[in-house]
Design a protein around this ligand. Structure first.
Ligand code: ADP
Ligand code: MG
Length: 692
């Protein structure tokens, strides 16, 4: 077997126990060890004079014992004062043996390593590593000491020794690990070779500081992070090519069908909608699967574009599945599609997790025997038990609510030996271009960059919570003018329970404060049927004020609602706020969004909210959000978490993404043989993304 492919247990010092523990870190082979990088370093390369020490430093120093004693008051401890020509420091041990107090006898020379802190008697160090020495020769290390991420039961020393062996095997013959990055790319970005990079990080000769690591501007680290991100990008590009090789049904509508459908709509399509529809029509006419992402700001009218795509499938006698991230949204699509397709003799089936028993069975049968043409639902659509008769098109709405892996997994639904359904993905969360490449490189992108006519931008105001009374009065006037209002309660996303409780309290409070206003409440812990009936009631104007949690973030469409109050907007990402705000401004009247923040608000917080006040362009807002808060907020932590990056860190390495894209195109064109090995090196046998 190839040297680096040997199991870690072939190294000395790694027994079966350690091997099991290493496996928990994803380390099986010697090669894996090479890519297990230190997360920080200790400096044992020089001896610090005691007089130069200050709290927080973790360093090596030497000194002579002046006095050692066991203190009996309070917690028993052994203290030893040691000094050199420059100063004095106390070593303190709470756990100690009799032998230790003998070793540390007056006059002994010791070397110590540990973190310095302030104690009762000036500088001290608790439980230092120490050694009694005869002289100060040979006590320093030649390079920084790497500290590796560990797992329970695994010792730093064990891991360090194992990596050392792995490195020396590798350095004997660096050809064992091919450097797949072409020379021209290394030169362009001034990156070290793979072997140099690994050596710098595992056995740093130079000084590497914690800051350098954190900021990611160490060329060795940058190069590896770059290569890892490149692998993620390349696999999506490769997937795209692989999918395009499949067959897909040709979907098209006749002129008459198309005309009948469009004429029945209560509005004319915008030119952006028409352009995107043309792109979809062209894709669906080809006999290879469409893989298209439609990005369009909230309210830009993506649903009707999706419906048109559904018409193509319907007219060609294929089924279409439409998946929405929430029941609320699925239900809304269900209602809209029934309206839009009422002249087409289309049988629409509706399937969510709530559907149980007989009704569910019936729906499943309809889907399987082809009675159902358009199938609308939540992710329940893609459970094992759902079998499609002849699925020609999959539409995924608000894709940002699903992970990239989930999306890829769906492609296999409706797949036959050689053919796959077309896929249309829609999102209102504009992903900055740089991040899009890690999420959407496998897709062609269409953008609806125009809002339906007559929309006025939502006037956004940033208001402190102290002015709550005034706001409540405004709701009262608003209601008198027959307009409707949303009141959104936000809390830290993790705590849905608390968020729902807060919404309940707020609803109670507002009901009392506003006797002439019909108040309703909707939150995530209500039954789907309850939520639906409330939403429907709000749409019918049975209620004037809807108190809601962020469940209304996606898709809900009530044109008469033109005022939105968002409590504690500082807790949410800008893109999410923009998305929420998109619920208003859908009708003819002037609309308002009041961001009611809690004082004190940091300058950064103020700045963020002001961006929302000044811009109504989701793309601009997403770019700013990325700049200010990093990709976690923009992509959703769920997605960044799922990427499982080993070395790269999206927060830190955003700047690399531009390079990655350039490099990928060079590699795909000029070095196609490197593509798969780069993917394999970083993503290995992982099935997360794997397509076939
Ligand atoms: P989103 O892109 O956020 O999903 P929707 O598809 O829900 O937006 O559309 C928002 C609203 O705009 C809906 O009420 C829809 O009927 C309406 N709409 C869509 N296209 C047009 C258009 N071309 N002209 C007027 N109204 C439109
Ligand atoms: Mg929508």
């Amino acid at each position: 077997m190839e040297t680096l492919a040997q199991p870690v247990s072939s190294l000395s010092g790694i027994g079966s126990q350690s091997a099991i523990r290493l496996e928990k870190l994803g380390i099986r082979t010697i090669r894996d060890l090479l890519f297990h990088l230190p997360h920080r370093y200790q400096d044992r390369t020089k001896i610090y004079p005691i007089g130069s020490l200050s709290p927080g430093m973790a360093v090596l120093f030497c000194g002579t014992v002046e006095h050692t004693e066991v203190l009996m008051r309070g917690r028993h401890s052994l203290t030893s004062r040691i000094s050199d020509q420059t100063g004095t420091i106390t070593l303190r041990f709470f756990h100690f043996s009799a032998k230790q107090s003998l070793d540390l006898k007056t006059g002994a020379l010791v070397s110590c390593f540990g973190e310095i802190r302030y104690g009762y008697q000036g500088l001290e160090i608790i439980h230092p590593e120490y050694k009694v020495i005869s002289d100060t020769d040979n006590i320093t290390e030649t390079c920084l000491t790497p500290i590796y991420p560990l797992t329970e039961g695994l010792y730093q020393g064990t891991l360090r020794k194992a990596v050392k062996q792995a490195m020396s095997l590798y350095l004997q013959d660096t050809q064992l690990l091919t450097d797949w990055l072409p020379q021209e790319i290394l030169q362009q970005y001034r990156y070290p070779s793979l072997s140099e990079a690994l050596q710098t990080l595992h056995q740093p000769q130079q000084q590497i500081t914690a800051e350098q690591l954190q900021q990611g501007n160490l060329p060795a680290l940058k190069r590896l992070a770059f290569e890892e991100l490149l692998a993620h990008h390349l696999i999506l590009l490769t997937n795209k090519q692989a999918v395009k090789k499949w067959q897909a049904p040709v979907l098209k509508a006749s002129k008459a069908q198309s005309k009948q459908f469009l004429c029945a709509l209560p509005f004319q399509l915008t030119s952006a909608q028409n352009r995107v529809i043309e792109e979809i029509v062209a894709d669906c006419q080809s006999n290879h699967p469409m893989l298209r992402l439609v990005q369009g700001d909230v309210g830009s009218g993506k649903t009707i574009v999706a419906a048109y795509a559904a018409l193509l499938a319907l007219s060609s006698k294929y089924q279409v599945a439409i998946m929405a991230p929430t029941e609320l949204l699925a239900e809304q699509h269900n209602l809209n599609f029934r309206q839009w397709f009422k002249n087409d003799n289309a049988h629409i089936a509706y399937l969510t997790g709530q559907l149980k028993g007989k009704a569910r069975k019936q729906t499943l049968t309809e889907i399987e025997d082809g009675t159902a043409h358009i199938i609308i639902g939540t992710h329940a659509l893609f459970q094992e038990s759902v079998n499609f008769h002849q699925l020609g098109l999959i539409i995924i709405d608000e894709q940002h609510r699903f992970g990239v892996h989930q999306r890829l997994a769906l492609r296999k639904k409706g797949q036959t030996d050689s053919s796959r359904p077309h896929q249309l993905v829609m999102t209102a969360t504009p992903i900055p271009r740089t991040l899009a490449m890690l999420q959407y490189s496998d897709l062609d992108i269409s953008i609806i960059d125009e809002l339906p006519p007559g929309r006025k931008p939502v006037l956004t105001r940033v208001i402190p919570a102290e002015r709550r009374e005034q706001i409540i009065e405004k709701i009262s006037n608003w209601t008198a003018e027959k307009n409707q209002t949303y009141w959104v309660c936000t809390l830290i996303e993790e705590s849905e329970v608390l968020q729902c409780e807060a919404a309940e309290k707020t609803a109670e409070y507002l009901t009392q404060a506003l006797p002439n206003v019909r108040v309703a409440l909707v939150h995530g812990r209500m039954k789907a049927s309850e939520k639906d009936s409330i939403m429907q009631g709000f749409k019918n104007h049975d209620y004037d004020l809807l108190v809601a949690t962020t469940v209304i973030e996606v898709g809900v469409d009530v044109p008469n609602a033109s005022l939105m109050i968002i409590e504690n907007p500082e807790r949410l990402g800008l893109s999410q706020l923009h998305q929420l705000r998109g619920r208003v401004g859908r009708g003819q009247q002037e609309s308002y969004c009041l961001l009611m923040y809690q004082n004190p608000l940091s300058n950064m917080g103020k700045h963020r909210l002001s961006i929302l006040r000044e811009s109504s362009d989701g793309f601009v807002i997403a770019e700013k959000d990325l700049e200010l808060r990093g990709p976690g907020d923009v992509m959703g932590t769920r997605q960044t978490g799922l990427m499982q990056l080993k070395i790269a860190n999206l927060e830190r390495d955003t700047a690399l993404l531009e390079q990655v894209q350039q490099a990928a195109s060079i590699i795909c064109k000029q070095y196609p043989n490197a593509v798969q090995p780069i993917i394999d090196r970083w993503l290995g046998q992982t099935t997360l993304y794997s397509e076939v």
